[in-house]
Design a protein around this ligand. Structure first.
Ligand code: ADP
Ligand code: MG
Length: 416
């Protein structure tokens, strides 16, 4: 029995070390889709993990080899999708057939079954918030199928072997997934910290210049209006509106920026979200109808949160404006207020049927100065993110090109 402990530890140690090196080279995230190159690399690394496991089997009974090769296979299929899973399955199968023996095909069958189970739970797993459910179900279904295959196709082994092997398998399986989830969480936290740092640097920079620029701008604007009001000079008459417009634009950028510096928690109070959303949709309806866009909001009961209604309105205006601007021709924006998926939270959902965004564009949204509009400032979403984070909330985007975008703002509800 004890002689199984050593190869088991070797198996687990190899899986861990490859996992950590893997995360160092390509930090794990929750990216909803990985590109082809990454998929190929995922497939290659998991194949290496599986082959290493096969090099040091826990136990060999005649022609039958037991090791943890299916753990990296399930891992990569759940997180990376079908292609890396197929690569890993092919590697395992080839390796097993090459090792030979009468029962080699059983090894191949188990790998294929592992792949089929993991890839059928994969889409659900990648979408779900509670990853442990998916991990548990996939592991459970696989172990059951594994046992059935062993009973059907192999001569019975010593009875002590089954509990030891499957316990070892489950332990390794759960530790590997636990570590992967931890690494993903750590990477996300790191990204978040870097993003918050960016926001705060942008805010401080703005504080230094915004006030200084605003005063001379006001003077310029006033003088321009004064000069152009009763002039005969055609040049001044022609160009003054443009100049005023540009001064306005500069002013707007600075005002947007000041929003970034200003937020303090001193002016926080109990806010009814239903009222905030109702006011905002009413406020933006004029702009929307100018663009042939309808805004629909179905009123809900009271949702109380802690924050500042002015700032919250500003956030929603930014988001709804973006939705309006993304729509070409006629459009519809659906605004909804509902309980969040996490307990004690409320979601404001803003859905448009506009141009949508690609994966690459989605990644950049919220970064300072990222804009695709000729007259955009690239500050709206960033300010929204900052204000929403200040009240302990989160902004989440999902989007499909030519279909539309859904923005979900999740906020903590005040406990009654
Ligand atoms: P701006 O609106 O000034 O461009 P934002 O920070 O508000 O700056 O938005 C940044 C970019 O994100 C926009 O230029 C646009 O490309 C994209 N974007 C934001 N919201 C949406 C949306 N609802 N639909 C499509 N694209 C959007
Ligand atoms: Mg905007």
């Amino acid at each position: 029995m004890l002689e199984m402990a050593r190869p088991l530890l070797v198996n687990i140690a190899m899986l861990f070390s490859v996992l950590f090196i893997w995360n160092m080279v390509m930090p794990f995230t929750r990216a909803s889709s990985i590109n082809l190159k990454e998929k190929l690399i995922y497939g290659a690394i998991s194949s290496v993990m599986a082959l290493l496991c096969m090099l040091f089997p826990l136990e060999t009974f005649g022609d039958t080899v037991f090791d943890l090769r299916v753990v990296p296979l399930i891992l990569v299929t759940l997180y990376g999708g079908k292609l890396p899973g197929i690569i890993c399955t092919l590697t395992i199968s080839t390796g097993r057939l090459w090792m030979g023996g009468e029962n080699a095909w059983v090894g191949v069958l188990i790998a294929v079954i592992g792949f089929i189970i993991a890839s059928s739970f994969g889409p659900y797993f990648r979408k779900s918030i509670r990853k442990w459910k998916g991990i548990l179900i996939t592991g459970g279904v696989f172990i059951l199928s594994y046992i059935v295959i062993l009973i059907l196709f192999l001569d019975p082994l010593q009875p002590y072997f089954y509990p030891i092997y499957f316990t070892a398998f489950m332990i390794a399986y759960f530790i590997i997934f636990y570590l992967t989830e931890r690494l993903v969480m750590i990477n996300i936290q790191l990204q978040e910290t870097v993003y918050l740092e960016k926001l705060s640097v942008a805010g401080k920079m703005a504080a230094a210049i915004a006030h200084e620029i605003r005063n001379p701008l006001t003077t310029i604007k006033g003088l321009l209006q004064f000069i152009s009001s009763d002039t005969e000079d055609s040049k001044v008459k022609n160009y003054a509106p443009l100049m005023l417009e540009e001064v306005e634009r500069t002013n707007k950028i600075i005002t947007d920026y000041l929003m970034l510096i200003k937020p303090t928690k001193d002016n926080y109070e109990q806010v009814d979200l239903n009222k905030v959303v109702k006011d905002t949709t009413a406020l933006t309806e004029v702009l929307a109808s100018y663009y042939n866009v309808k805004i629909h909001y179905e009123e809900k009961g009271e949702f109380l949160i802690w924050g500042n209604s002015q700032e919250l309105k500003q956030c929603l205006i930014n988001l709804i404006k973006n939705a309006i601007e993304s729509i070409e021709g006629e459009g519809l924006i659906l605004v909804a207020l509902q309980y969040g998926t996490k307990k004690g939270t409320v979601d404001i959902v803003i859905r448009d049927n506009g141009a949508g965004m690609s994966e690459q564009e989605l990644e950049k949204i919220g970064l300072p100065f990222y804009t695709t509009k000729s007259k955009g400032t690239g500050l709206g979403t960033m300010i929204t993110n900052r204000l929403i984070r200040n009240v302990g909330g989160k902004v989440h985007y999902t989007s499909a090109q030519d279909v539309g975008t859904t923005v979900t703002v999740t906020l903590p509800i005040i406990k009654q």
